[in-house]
Structure formats: structure tokens, C-alpha cells
Design a protein around this ligand. Structure first.
Ligand code: BMA
Length: 373
């Protein structure tokens, strides 16, 4: 009886705590047990979207064009004197218990960068190019069309895959601030799945299998691992319309943020024109959907490799995105590797697009770290 009463009291307390959260905050993420900090961040993201569009950069603090691991440095900061408001990190190889990710950034360092970012009032998002569990090769090994099937419940790799998810979950559970509270993170998982270049892509699994993979992942992290500091972002590669955008959508109960990834491919004016068309089309799709369903729209990844167009930021990006209300635009990484000298998406000191980038970030509706503190 006593045990029953204690259990009952605990339930009442938990329900009233949740009730309080729902009363205090206008919006709740899909995880009804999300930590207060996560709910706060989720609401803050909508408030910030009312103010402007945040600038994001992938791997911003770990390395940049021709440098690696210099404390406090960031190519964006070198050029603009401010950190990006949103910083993206890559979790690929966490699943196989590696010490560093597939771009050679130590997970222990990523944890510290996330803590530093949080302390500065910045926002963290993570992507995950997890290996192909069937072949042991990278996420880009997409020759098979049965990898997802083997991962789903009853599949031959299901149990093993759950250990991979456990490692990812443990990483998120290890992100604590100075008060020992969990740091909330936007997890943009199984991205670009409308393309066919990852094992979870459109030619590698059926829409139903993809949805099941997503739902299984959320359920495992949230319900089994008790990870409650995540906001889930759905980010296909650019799509033609809402029908394609939603073909593999796991459902509104499993997604907080809707976005897309889109790159300018090529370097001439046609490349820029095509990019603007694709950006407009995808922004229309995601903002309309977000508006209808109360989700936050974002641009998960974008960029023009090596930035051959010196007005890329003000013309190709700003002139389009400023017409929409979105949370952020995240530019892809500036590779540090000597064999990838042209793999960069924001300018570094001396690059021909520096002044254009500065003009872009100075727009009143473009937000950097110091604008969101
Ligand atoms: C790709 C490239 C690769 C990198 C991968 C994961 O777009 O930048 O060099 O390894 O993302 O970050």
C-alpha cells in the first residue's frame, strides 16, 4: 500500500510538473518529457525566428580552411568578429565507439565545443553520417537496398543497431552545463534521404521502412535511453513539392523542425539561377508546412563549394531567404584537410567573398551569436 501511495504521489508530481511546463511555454516539442531547458530552447527558437534568421556553420569551432584545433578560433569569427549563432557537429563514427568522428574531430572536443557554445547562448545541431551496418563501410555505401530492413525490429542487425543508438544516446546524455543540467541539441538525423547517396536514401529503402527507422530511433532514444534533451529535425535533400517532401515524413508526432538541404552546384550564373529557384521552391514548401503544423522551418545545410560567386551571400542567399520566416541557415564545413583545399562554404580571411559575407551578416534580420544572447 505504502509503495502504491509513493508511486501515485510520484505520478501526480510528474504530471503536475509537465502540466506546469505546458502552461508556461507556448509550444511543446514532440518529447513530452523534454527537459525544461529543451522546452525553453524550442520556444526560444520560434521567438528568434520572429527576429531574424540565424547564421549556422558546420564544425565552426573545431577547424577551418587550413587550420585545425586552435582554441577560440572560427573562420566565421576571423572574418566577422562574431561566432555563428548555430553550430553544427557531426556524429559519424560515434556509433562504432571511435574516439573521433569521420572528419577527425575528437568527440571529447565536440562535447567541450557544445558546452562553450551553450555558455555563449549559441545553439547546437548535430547530424549523423553513421556507417553502413551491413558492410561496415561508410554512410555513402548505398549499393544495397536492404540495410534499413535489417535494422528494423526482427531484422538481423536490429540488436546491434540498438547498441549504436545507445552510444549516440550516451553522447547526448553527457552534454551537461556548469549547473550539471543537460544541454539541449537539435538532432538532424537521417538527412538528405530523398536523395540516393546514403544507406537510408530513397533508392535504398521504402518510404515505410524509412519512417519506421525514424520512429524506432526516436522511441529508442527517448523511451528506452531516456534522452530528453533533443529536438528532432527532418531535413530531406531538396524536393520538388510537398508531396515528395512528405513521402517519407515519419509524422508530426516524431518531428519538431522541418528543413531541407540544398547546394549550388557549378560556378556559373546558371548554377546561381537554379539554386535560387530550388531554394525558393523548398522554402515555400517547408514554411507552408511548418505554418500549418506549428513546426519550425530551417535550412539544414546549404552552400556553394569554394564560393566562386563573390555575391553569393547577399544575392543568392539573402535575396531569397529574407522573404521567408525561418530559424536558421546552416553553411557546410570549411575542410581543414590538405587534400580538400576547395571544400569550404564560408569565406576565410583573404577570400574574394569576405566583404559580401560581412554585408550579409550585418543585415538586421541576419543573426549571429552576439545577436541572440
Ligand atoms: C560531406 C563532406 C565530407 C565529410 C562529410 C561528413 O559533405 O564534407 O568531406 O566527411 O560531409 O561531415
Amino acid at each position: 500500500m505504502k509503495r502504491y501511495l509513493i508511486a501515485l504521489a510520484t505520478c501526480v508530481i510528474l504530471i503536475s510538473c509537465n502540466q506546469k511546463k505546458e502552461d508556461t511555454y507556448q509550444r511543446m516539442p514532440i518529447d513530452k518529457d523534454a527537459t525544461t531547458e529543451t522546452v525553453k530552447l524550442y520556444n526560444r527558437l520560434f521567438d528568434l525566428a520572429d527576429k531574424g534568421i540565424m547564421v549556422g556553420h558546420h564544425d565552426a569551432l573545431a577547424y577551418g580552411h587550413s587550420w585545425y584545433k586552435e582554441p577560440g578560433r572560427s573562420d566565421v569569427k576571423d572574418v566577422t568578429d562574431d561566432y555563428p549563432a548555430v553550430i553544427g557537429w557531426e556524429l559519424g563514427h560515434l556509433e562504432i565507439d571511435a574516439e573521433f568522428n569521420l572528419d577527425s574531430v575528437y568527440f571529447s572536443d565536440i562535447k567541450q565545443y557544445i558546452k562553450d557554445t551553450y555558455k555563449r547562448g549559441g545553439i547546437t545541431t548535430a547530424s549523423w553520417h553513421g556507417d553502413n551496418i551491413v558492410t561496415g563501410n561508410t554512410a555513402w555505401d548505398c549499393a544495397q537496398d536492404s540495410v534499413v530492413r535489417t535494422i528494423l525490429p526482427n531484422g538481423s542487425n536490429h540488436k546491434k543497431y540498438l547498441t549504436w543508438l545507445d552510444r549516440v544516446g550516451d553522447f547526448f546524455l553527457d552534454l551537461k552545463d556548469e549547473e550539471d543540467k543537460l544541454i539541449p541539441v537539435v538532432f538532424r538525423m537521417y538527412h538528405e534521404h530523398t536523395g540516393a547517396w546514403f544507406w537510408w536514401g530513397s533508392k535504398q529503402c521504402t518510404p515505410e521502412e524509412y519512417k519506421q527507422l525514424w520512429i524506432m530511433t526516436v522511441n529508442h532514444l527517448r523511451n528506452k535511453k531516456n534522452v530528453h534533451n533533443l529536438i528532432y529535425a527532418y531535413s530531406p535533400s531538396e524536393t520538388k513539392n510537398e508531396i515528395e517532401f512528405l513521402e517519407r515524413y515519419p509524422g508530426d508526432d516524431y518531428v519538431d523542425i522541418v528543413g531541407y538541404d540544398c547546394y549550388a552546384t557549378g560556378s556559373d550564373s546558371t548554377a546561381v539561377a537554379n539554386y535560387k529557384t530550388a531554394m525558393n521552391r523548398n522554402l515555400e514548401t517547408i514554411t507552408a508546412y511548418a505554418q500549418k503544423l506549428g513546426k519550425l522551418p530551417i535550412i539544414g545545410e546549404t552552400g556553394m563549394e569554394a564560393i566562386p560567386y563573390s555575391q553569393y551571400f547577399t544575392d543568392a542567399v539573402y535575396s531569397v531567404i529574407s522573404q521567408y520566416q525561418i530559424g536558421w541557415v546552416l553553411f557546410w564545413r570549411n575542410a581543414w584537410e590538405a587534400d580538400k583545399p576547395n571544400h569550404f562554404y564560408v569565406p576565410f580571411e583573404g577570400h574574394s567573398s569576405v566583404s559580401d559575407f560581412k554585408e550579409f551578416v550585418a543585415k538586421p534580420d541576419i543573426l549571429m551569436n552576439s545577436d541572440i544572447k
